[in-house]
Design a protein around this ligand. Structure first.
Ligand SMILES: NC(=O)c1ccc[n+]([C@@H]2O[C@H](COP(=O)([O-])OP(=O)(O)OC[C@H]3O[C@@H](n4cnc5c(N)ncnc54)[C@H](OP(=O)(O)O)[C@@H]3O)[C@@H](O)[C@H]2O)c1
Length: 482
């Protein structure tokens, strides 16, 4: 097909149905440039593979961007993935996310544990729970993808514990987590290929020196981000030395490896927030100019390739740890202070001190809060008891009043039954209940009138009050005897 076409071009000249050759050249050059740019910015694809079946992997930042792709790829290969998220595992979004990941990967061994990296106490709680397990839990890999960036122009933000948030999430939380998990890493068998994968960013090159004193008015989000990444790299190399210096009981060398990874610039939620400056207008501009983001930034899938290389490349076990991986290749660091032992020592010590100070402060606060809570609970308990007693007393008083009312009502109704409606009912106020004892003072047994007048009508016998025995004596002047 191309040969006849070229022959016709040669013999018959430029065909009229083709567009202007100048335009054709222009458009094809543009298309080629875009394709080449996209190909170049897309980065390299990982070709390393490793059997991940049954390996236990802790992943931070596994719910978004590069971390989410890495978690998916690891789960797809059969790894047991534990997502360390700031949300509790009962959160509806997280439950759905984990269910979806399980369904997409066909792997049910995906779990979530709450670890808020902006909270040292939360990190400690998780890590101590992990190392408290006896026998030591299997741990093959830790992938530390979580990071935060204050959008450009944003103000300095502190965590609830009073640490600057970028420093805390990007560096200090990782320092704290790996510090506590160190015994769990060292306890792994010699033949287990343990890796600690730490993403960094090329912005570390522009970071000020770690020991440089910077006034808070000089603080910028870019400065904070690049400094946190530089600190992470210095710590990563120092941590590898810390692991290497451990003398195993079996006298075998340490096989755990720390690997630094620069994934390159990618269109992740974090990057979107950064580019849009966290504003709606910025988001609108991002969408309008999305074509540039598409052209110059990697997809999260492509950005995760270097991480997957760091996770799976077999040759990384046989080289010293602390290597930097970029575009699925080992690279040298662009800054000397990454390997400076003095800088690393100072950073380690100052981080330890900061954590100790903050944790002490927080422990005192928690103890105080706990005491207050206990006091509140005690008071609430007492109030509940008082209320219960009062309600009991009230119930007794009410029932007494009710029974008294019923008795009074019963007494009032008694004369009515005897048919002496008018007078008795009218004299209620003067009526004395003791005169009307139900047994001894019924109306039938009423005493006779006090004075009995002479005459047959007034005789007590006639009235039926006296049983007449007949005449009892000769003295007739004496009245009838009672
Ligand atoms: N994207 C890039 O262009 C680029 C370039 C160079 C290096 N990197 C590095 O690559 C890694 C991944 O970047 P990304 O852009 O994919 O990140 P991202 O999309 O911004 O995601 C950040 C992740 O960190 C988690 N996270 C943030 N704060 C947390 C906290 N306090 N506690 C627990 N988790 C927290 C987030 O959880 P939620 O989902 O709960 O918010 C989220 O899963 C980062 O280390 C980043 O520095 C990225």
């Amino acid at each position: 097909m191309p040969i006849p076409f070229l022959a016709s071009l040669y013999f018959d000249g430029y065909p009229p149905w083709l567009p202007d050759p100048y335009l054709l050249l222009k458009y094809s050059t543009a298309a080629a440039t875009i394709t080449l740019t996209k190909w170049y910015t897309g980065g390299r694809t990982n070709t390393a593979e490793r059997n991940m079946h049954g390996r236990v992997v802790l992943v931070t930042g596994g719910t978004s961007g590069i971390g989410a792709v890495t978690a998916y790829e690891l789960a797809r290969r059969g790894a047991q993935v534990v997502l360390l998220t700031r949300l509790p595992p009962t959160d509806a979004f997280l439950v759905e996310y984990v269910d979806d990941l399980r369904a997409r990967t066909g792997n049910n061994m995906i779990y979530a544990e709450q670890v808020d990296l902006a909270d040292l106490y939360s990190v400690r709680q998780f890590a101590t729970r992990w190392i408290d397990n006896a026998p030591p839990r299997r741990l093959d890999m830790i992938v530390l993808c979580a990071a935060t960036m204050v959008p450009p122009g944003g103000k300095r933000v502190e965590t609830a514990e009073g640490v600057e948030v970028t420093w805390m999430v990007n560096y200090l939380a990782n320092f704290h987590l790996l510090g506590i998990l160190s015994p769990a890493i060292r306890a792994q068998p010699f033949d287990r290929d343990v890796r600690i994968v730490i993403p960094t960013c090329s912005s570390y090159i522009a970071s000020p020196k770690l020991d440089a004193e910077v006034e808070s008015k000089d603080w910028t989000p870019q400065w904070a981000y690049s400094r946190s990444k530089l600190a992470l790299m210095v710590f990563a190399r120092a941590y590898q030395k810390h692991l290497d210096s451990y003398k195993r009981p079996d006298q075998l060398p340490m096989t755990a490896r720390v690997v630094l990874v620069d994934p390159g610039l990618a269109r992740t939620p974090g990057m979107r927030r950064w580019l849009s400056r966290g504003s709606l207008l910025g988001l609108l501009l991002y969408l309008i100019f999305y074509v540039f983001a598409w052209l110059f930034l990697k997809s999260p899938e492509m950005a995760a390739q270097s991480l997957l290389y760091a996770v799976m490349e077999g040759s990384l076990v046989s080289v010293p740890g602390g290597r930097l991986i970029k575009e699925c290749m080992q690279m040298d660091c662009a800054r000397k202070d990454v390997d400076d032992e003095e800088v690393a020592k100072k950073l380690w010590e100052s981080s330890d001190k900061l954590i100790e100070r903050v944790e002490k402060q927080q422990a005192v606060k928690r103890a105080k809060a706990k005491k207050e809570q206990e006091k509140r609970e005690e008071e609430a308990k007492k109030a509940a008891q008082v209320e219960e007693i009062e309600s009991l007393v009230g119930a007794i008083t009410r029932s007494k009043a009710k029974s008294a009312k019923v008795t009074a009502k019963g007494s009032n109704e008694a004369p009515k039954k005897n048919g002496k409606k008018g007078k008795s009912a009218g004299n209620n106020a003067k009526y004395n209940a003791s005169h009307c004892h139900p047994v001894f003072f019924t109306n039938k047994l009423r005493r006779p009138p006090f004075t009995i007048l002479p005459g047959p009508e007034s005789s007590p016998v006639v009235h039926g009050y006296v049983y007449q025995e007949g005449l009892r004596g000769v003295d007739k002047s004496a009245g009838p005897r009672l």
